[in-house]
Ligand binder design. Structure first.
Ligand code: FAD
Length: 457
């Protein structure tokens, strides 16, 4: 009977544990996690904090009983502090602080990420200032809102968590300001779409300050004050730092495991680390990019699930490779959904493709059927080879934005050319689409521009 120890009880760790038990019911699988919330969807925290999800307990993908029922031994509130690869053992401390040494035959590290605490910002320990990563972070923020009834919030960081939280705190009745360093909010999509997101934020009363690096948070008269470049000053009752995530690799370092991009754990496509019998998956590792054919740091729940499954399979003797990620993602911001997959123009250019990006505006379904909404699609392809490189979509959140970006993601996954999308047999009924889906109409526009680009040469 093999002993598998998994450190981390979130997306990657639980997927690994479930898959290993599925393939080898004789495996003795122990999952160790620092908090009390195995298999909770931290992606759901903004929706709990907005009040849309009434009970935080429902954020569990599976209950503790479900996991134990699958034969997984759970050690909650246990923190791993060191790994000795020679004796094949992990050192843990239990909830009382007592040290335990846990032997393993295979080990999977799924320690995830932690909120980035930018070193250039002073005052990050002030009361009323929050980060959002763990369930407990969510509870602290929720308790603060309940107990102190703040009227205003400043969100530092305009990424997807900043966007979701601007929506959430507005729903809770706070006056929200988002401040970020980039030219437009949500810089993982192009500025053309970023500006549309800003209009949506402003339509809901959110103030946006772009191009500002906050350097200090101070406290005066019960208010938090953020100071930044060019005399920026903003006051609020609550500050949320949403400045990104960085891999949690302290434990991996104790085993001498090699780190790579952004300090994340280097892994093979079988999710093996540089140390024998130690695998790793999720936000603590580099992610293989399917289109660029090299690793990047792309911390997303989607990749964590898949990598965890691969690691779990290989840790009990399997031989599966992670197929790679395209950074496919979607976010809901008030009434909008915004999604992307693959590469944007600037990213493709940096990787020496010859990108052409074309934006189209259409309807999500036939206009004669009530409720049609505008849909904006940006397609990026290589104008020399015709290869599909990426896409971005913005539309009403009920306009199937997510599923439409998934068409592009699937096409890129299979190395399709832009033009080949017009041959796909996509579904149609007037309340939901058109005979030529907007995805395909966007391809026609791209082909026209590609022809003109060629004609100009
Ligand atoms: C607010 C928010 C919203 C998000 N929304 C989305 C979304 O909509 N879509 C999407 O794809 N992704 C989203 N993400 C990202 C997604 O949640 C992460 O990619 C995913 O949780 C990563 O899973 P993981 O298992 O690698 O690590 P984590 O979820 O970071 O979990 C790490 C685990 O390791 C444990 N651990 C760490 N160190 C130790 C130690 N030394 N000893 C014991 N246990 C340890 C922790 O307790 C935890 O159980 C969101 C993230 C946040 C914070």
């Amino acid at each position: 009977m093999s002993r598998l120890v998994v450190i981390g009880g979130s997306d990657a760790g639980i997927m690994a544990a479930l898959r290993s038990r599925e393939l080898d019911p004789s495996a003795e699988v122990t999952v160790v996690l620092a908090d009390e919330y195995p298999n909770f969807s931290i992606c759901g925290l903004p929706f709990y904090l907005s009040g849309e999800v009434a009970d935080w307990r429902t954020l569990a993908h599976r209950t503790r009983e479900d996991l134990v029922g699958q034969g997984i031994r759970l050690l909650t509130r246990h923190t791993a502090s060191a790994i000795d690869p020679k004796s094949k053992a992990v050192v843990l401390s239990d909830p009382s602080g007592r040290e335990i040494v846990l032997p393993y035959d295979s080990l999977i590290l799924a320690t995830g990420a932690k909120s980035r605490r930018p070193a250039y910002v002073k005052g990050l320990n002030l009361p009323g200032l929050f980060f959002l990563r763990w369930m407990e972070d969510g509870f602290s923020l929720e308790n603060y809102v309940k107990e102190n009834a703040p009227r205003s919030a400043l969100i530092v960081g305009g990424g997807y968590i900043g966007m979701e939280m601007a929506d959430a705190l507005t729903r809770r009745g706070l006056a929200v300001t988002v401040v970020g360093r980039s030219r437009t909010v949500h810089k993982s999509v192009d500025a053309e779409l970023g500006r549309m997101i800003e209009s949506e934020l402003e339509r809901h009363g959110v103030a946006v300050a772009n191009g500002v690096a906050v350097s200090e948070i101070t406290s005066r008269g019960g208010k938090l004050i953020a100071l930044g470049a060019d005399g920026f000053r903003a006051e609020a009752d609550l500050v949320l730092m949403a400045t990104g995530a960085e891999p949690a690799t302290e434990l991996a370092v104790t085993a001498g495991i090699a780190l790579g991009r952004n300090g994340a754990i280097q892994v093979s496509r079988r999710m093996e680390t540089s140390v024998p019998d130690i695998f790793a998956a999720g936000d603590c590792v580099e992610t293989w990019h399917r289109l660029l054919w090299k690793p990047l740091y792309l911390p997303l729940g989607t990749a964590a699930h898949k990598q965890g499954r691969v690691a779990g399979e290989n840790a009990v003797g399997g031989n599966r490779e992670y197929a790679g990620s395209l950074g496919t993602q979607v976010v809901k911001i008030f009434d909008l959904a915004v999604a992307r997959t693959g590469l944007r123009d600037s990213e493709a250019e940096a990787e020496r493709f010859s990108p052409l990006t074309v934006q189209t505006e259409g309807w999500d379904h036939k206009v004669y059927y009530p409720g049609a909404e505008r849909l904006f699609i940006r397609v990026t392809g290589d104008h020399e080879t015709g290869r599909l490189l990426g896409a971005q979509i913005l539309g009403h959140w009920r306009s199937e934005v997510a599923k439409r970006i998934d068409i592009f993601a699937t096409a890129i996954h299979h190395g399709m050319n832009v033009s080949e999308l017009v041959d796909l047999d996509l579904s149609y009924t007037p309340p939901l689409g058109s005979p030529w889906d907007p995805v395909q109409s966007s391809v026609f526009a791209w082909e026209r521009d590609q022809e003109s680009t060629r004609a100009l040469k």
